[in-house]
Design a protein around this ligand. Structure first.
Ligand code: ZN
Length: 180
């Protein structure tokens, strides 16, 4: 993931701190799995799939239903409505939703619409921050340290936090915490 270079150290520390704060607020310890559903409830968000999202043109529904090339998008903010790609795996769904909640936490503005999917577009910097914060929410640095102490390997950590192994490795790399 190229965003390791794109975000400054200060910014990454800031995002890590925001994730800790949010987890504290929700009474989740650093070593506990934080399901996207908890944030969903916290933000009183409604989660749709391409098939269930209201007020969508049939043409757009068709594009969304048949494509793997999108993850999720916030289609309304008050109240929060998020559409996610039901073709993705459950693990991917978790990270997709965390990414969108990261946009909400960071109050990112949309800058336009994707002409292909009709979903909101954002600045690249905001995208990178959302990816990074989403990862921090799923596997906080202190959670990784806990796993390292327990001598857990990448697969075990992925199962524990309900993430992909790629996410575990990414979080390990950015924090300099390497698991077996
Ligand atoms: Zn995004």
């Amino acid at each position: 993931m190229g965003l390791i270079e794109s975000l400054t150290t200060e910014n990454r520390q800031r995002l890590e701190a925001i994730a800790s704060e949010k987890r504290n607020l929700l009474s989740f310890k650093a070593y506990e799995r934080l399901p996207a559903e908890v944030l969903s409830k916290h933000f009183q968000a409604t989660i749709f799939t391409a098939e269930t999202v209201p007020n969508t043109e049939p043409e757009q529904v068709k594009i969304l239903c048949n494509s793997d090339n999108w993850s999720a998008g916030i289609i309304r903010t008050k109240p929060v409505w998020i559409v996610h790609n039901s073709r993705h795996t459950p693990v991917r769904k978790q990270s997709n939703l965390m990414h969108e909640f990261a946009h909400i936490i960071l109050k990112h503005k949309m800058v336009g619409y994707d002409p292909k999917t009709g979903l909101p577009q954002r600045r690249q910097q905001d995208e990178d921050e959302a990816v990074f914060l989403g990862g921090c929410l799923q596997i906080p640095k202190r959670g990784l340290l806990w796993a390292k102490q327990k001598q857990m390997n990448v697969s075990q950590v992925a199962v524990h936090f309900n993430t992909s192994k790629e996410m575990v490795r990414f979080r390990g790399n950015v924090n300099g915490i390497f698991l077996n």
